[in-house]
Design a protein around this ligand. Structure first.
Ligand SMILES: Cc1cc2nc3c(=O)[nH]c(=O)nc-3n(C[C@H](O)[C@H](O)[C@H](O)COP(=O)(O)OP(=O)(O)OC[C@H]3O[C@@H](n4cnc5c(N)ncnc54)[C@H](O)[C@@H]3O)c2cc1C
Length: 446
């Protein structure tokens, strides 16, 4: 059995620790920040995440599905809020499938506790990785108090997020890397529950306020409140405001009054929160290779940071852990070079695909969910899926409710686009979308 260093005790690092420890390896997790169970390291940044099918598959395989399910809220539909406050509910699937809302901080705390309960896992907080010897799997950590810790291991995993220090070291060698910031940043706003603890909106829907160039989302918490996230360009344009033009209390009040009128009365301290909470950036990071020397590998956001619009960043990271675990089953626990090479080869194309899919869903959430043509397409696809589940699985369901590899889902989604373009061009399709004629046309084009 091996001695393993995991750099980064976030969502993926803590799950990876559980997987590897349950196999019998000795696992040491080194986290830059303090222990989130003792200090509020997530203050103002405790965004909510959705756990979906792939995430659950991995959590189940690691034996922590129930522990995580206990802190989630199931979400069955998107609830669109227009400017007037009218609501339109669109289920995620035709058979009542759900995605699950959870607070990132709460989930991290739960996974760390599950990892720490295993006798062969040790967690070290306030340890910032500053260097990695890639030949020897040796890591160097800097502590708050100033001391320097050197840790030798057989294998190192960099699960230290989008701005990974492990990856930074790999970049000094033969390494391809790209980093793209999108123009949109985000900011969190907490929606409180009613005084009696009941929610002010349907907790089983993902609330979306799509406004073409910007949008707000709201996901339920177990305490009846919601975590709202505003996505908006940093810099305004002729068409739309930006964070740079919504800065003063008066501007914030006027902005929400104009664009999110129905949300205003739900958050009494909205202006204070908006001004207090940080504005964060969003980047897409691609890199290659994901492992070197069969000794050091990247996993989670360190390998594939993506925009959050499919809600798949962590789910993809969880799937990385599950795939790695399956490869260890197949090739053995002492064959790291083989396992890590296969892990990287299998996951890299999927990391690229979910990055593309996530950008596509950004456009869908931001402007298309308010577009009648898009809504008609969703209805036709739901109808096709209901009648021919073996032939038509909409892209969203492939990504969120199946184990189909992201790269294959992406290819199939592009094929669906071409077919639906022709179907939506049929004269009178708005009236006859449920007809056999429309169904036949779509199936013929398949
Ligand atoms: C607004 C928003 C919404 C999102 N929604 C969803 C969603 O609905 N569903 C979903 O699946 N994903 C979602 N994501 C993505 C998800 O948050 C990430 O994919 C996930 O957190 C990645 O986990 P990770 O462990 O790889 O990285 P992180 O969670 O970033 O954890 C990395 C850890 O490494 C530590 N670290 C960093 N540098 C060092 C160092 N030098 N030394 C030691 N430790 C270090 C950090 O402190 C951190 O604890 C969302 C992201 C955002 C921004």
């Amino acid at each position: 059995m091996s001695k393993i260093t995991i750099v980064g005790g976030g969502l993926v690092g803590s799950l990876l620790a559980i997987f590897l420890a349950k196999r019998g390896h000795t696992v040491n997790v080194y986290e830059r920040r303090g222990d989130p169970r003792k200090t509020d390291v997530y203050a103002g940044r405790s965004i909510n995440l959705v756990v979906s099918h792939r995430g659950w598959t991995a959590l189940r395989a690691a034996g922590v599905e129930q522990a995580v399910k206990a802190i989630t809220v199931p979400v069955y539909a998107r609830m669109m809020h227009d400017r007037e406050g009218n609501l339109n509910r669109v289920p995620y699937s035709i058979d009542d499938k759900a995605i699950y809302s959870v607070s990132r901080g709460e989930l991290n705390r739960r996974l760390l506790s599950e990892a720490e309960a295993l006798p062969n896992v040790k967690l070290f907080f306030d340890h910032r990785c500053v260097d990695v010897d890639l030949q020897n799997a040796t890591c160097h950590f800097q502590r708050e108090e100033g001391d320097h810790v050197v840790v030798e291991a057989d294998v190192v995993f960099g699960s230290d997020g989008a701005f990974s220090a492990v990856r930074q070291k790999m970049m000094l060698g033969r390494f391809t890397y790209s980093q793209e910031y999108i123009e949109h940043d985000y900011k969190e706003v907490a929606f409180p529950a009613n005084a009696d603890g009941t929610p002010k909106m349907d907790p089983h829907s993902l609330h979306i306020w799509p406004r073409r160039w910007f949008m707000m989302m709201g996901l339920a918490n177990q305490d009846g409140g919601f975590t709202g996230t505003l996505f908006m360009p940093n810099t305004h344009t002729d068409q739309a405001p930006g964070f740079d033009t919504v800065r003063t209390p008066e501007q914030v009040q006027a902005f929400f009054q104009e664009h999110f009128r129905d949300a205003l009365p739900l958050v009494p301290d909205l202006v204070e929160q908006y001004l207090r909470n940080p504005q964060s950036t969003l980047a897409i990071i691609r890199c290659n290779p994901w492992q070197v020397n069969g000794k050091v590998a990247l996993i989670g956001d360190a390998a594939h940071a993506i925009v959050p619009f499919y809600g798949e960043g962590m789910n993809a990271g969880n799937e990385d852990c599950k795939v790695l675990n399956d490869l260890l089953d197949q090739y053995g626990d002492d064959n790291w070079a083989e396992v890590l090479t296969r892990y990287a080869a299998k996951r890299k194309p999927n990391g690229d695909a979910i990055a593309d899919l996530s950008m596509r869903n950004f456009v869908e959430m931001r402007d298309l969910v308010a577009d009648p043509k898009f809504l008609l397409r969703k209805k036709i696809e739901g109808h096709l899926q209901a009648k021919h589940p073996d032939k038509w699985l909409p892209l969203y369901s492939q990504v969120k409710f199946s184990d189909i590899e992201y790269k294959d889902a992406w290819k199939e989604g592009l094929r669906h686009d071409r077919i639906m373009e022709e179907v939506l061009a049929m004269p009178g399709v708005e009236e006859k979308w449920e007809s056999e004629e429309v169904e036949r046309k779509a199936l013929e084009l398949l």
